[in-house]
Design a protein around this ligand. Structure first.
Ligand SMILES: Nc1ncnc2c1ncn2[C@@H]1O[C@H](COP(=O)(O)OP(=O)(O)OP(=O)(O)O)[C@@H](O)[C@H]1O
Ligand SMILES: O=P(O)(O)OC[C@H]1O[C@H](OP(=O)(O)OP(=O)(O)O)[C@H](O)[C@@H]1O
Ligand SMILES: [Mg+2]
Length: 280
């Protein structure tokens, strides 16, 4: 039975469970549960802190894990990333109090920096004689409480930083998102290949929609250029031989623009449908 570690709480918990369920895995976390078995897929799920998952993978104890890239870097894990996921996007930033005179990261010297990312912070500020203050969370409040002069923390919307009276200095130190990782020796295993191709299918599906429309034969070539599909669009003859029906996959972010252009070409009955899963 393969062992898959998933975050037991925090921002990655919900999206991870939803993704695995949509990919046909039977995963359910009852309160306080630490494991759950999916007999049909021959998988045992372990509910672990997202920041500890890299260590279990590195040690070869867990076969597959879903966690943040930032945690893998921080834990200097030997885990191998096999697929980026479309959630858990964040950036690691340096911030100082609004009233501070510091304007660049180079000026962060001889200071106390509070963070949950101690290794990453020390490596970034190597040789600058800063002291790191390790905190589990709510790092933003540490400046006001007098134990730090600056922080290094995850920023998403920036509202936590703002509320704490801090401002970001310079560019983010690094960017992160959730990803599927394996233990080093497991990369070529059939189970990881099955999981990644199912998940990749879901991610692709969310990036495309199916578009269908009727096109006057005279403009069908032009219409097909707007909707070329993956290989090529499906064209079906209609009873009215001066028209054809066209069906094609298009990128979600182009839908409205393409629909406008099809309409101005004279196409009719244009509609889109969601794709639930895809292998392309
Ligand atoms: N506000 C956020 N928005 C998006 N991604 C985030 C946010 N906070 C953290 N992350 C990312 O999600 C991953 C898990 O972080 P999270 O803070 O949810 O876990 P945790 O610290 O274990 O849980 P908790 O904060 O509930 O104790 C990290 O890779 C991080 O980069
Ligand atoms: O830029 P924002 O949208 O405000 O998000 C960033 C905040 O989200 C995370 O905190 P979380 O809720 O995980 O709490 P924690 O600090 O206890 O980890 C992170 O550590 C920041 O504090
Ligand atoms: Mg957190």
């Amino acid at each position: 039975m393969i062992k898959i570690a998933v975050p037991n709480k925090g921002g990655l918990f919900g999206p991870t469970l939803e993704l695995l369920s949509e990919c046909g895995y039977h995963i359910k976390k009852s309160e306080k549960a630490l494991t759950c078995i999916d007999h049909k897929n021959n998988v045992e799920f372990y509910f672990i802190r997202a920041s500890d998952i890299p260590m279990y993978l590195s040690a070869g104890i867990i076969d597959i894990g879903i966690t943040g890239i930032d945690f893998c870097v921080e834990r200097q894990s030997k885990a191998v990333k096999v697929l980026d996921l479309n959630f858990g996007h964040s950036k690691l930033c340096v911030a100082v109090p609004n009233e501070s005179e510091i304007t660049s990261q180079d000026e962060i010297q001889n200071l106390r920096i509070a963070t949950s990312f101690v290794n990453t912070t020390q490596a970034f500020f190597a040789g600058k004689n800063n002291t790191t203050v390790e905190l589990e969370g709510a790092v933003e409040i540490s400046v006001k409480l007098g134990i730090s002069d600056a922080i290094v923390d995850i920023v998403e919307t920036g509202s936590s930083i703002k509320q704490a009276g801090l401002r970001i200095i310079g560019e983010p130190m690094s960017y992160s998102n959730a990803a599927i990782f394996t233990r080093p020796e497991y990369k070529e295993n059939d189970e990881i290949k099955k999981l990644t191709s199912r998940v990749a299918g879901k991610i692709v599906a969310s990036q495309f929609v199916m578009i269908e429309y009727d096109a006057p034969k005279a403009v069908s070539e032009k219409a097909c250029q707007l909707t070329p599909g993956i290989k090529s669009p499906t064209i079906t003859p209609l009873k009215d031989t001066s028209w054809v029906a066209v069906k094609s996959m298009i990128e979600q972010d182009k839908v409205n623009e393409v629909m406008d252009q099809l309409e101005s070409l004279g196409c009719e009955g244009i509609y889109t449908t969601k794709i639930l899963s895809a292998r392309i």
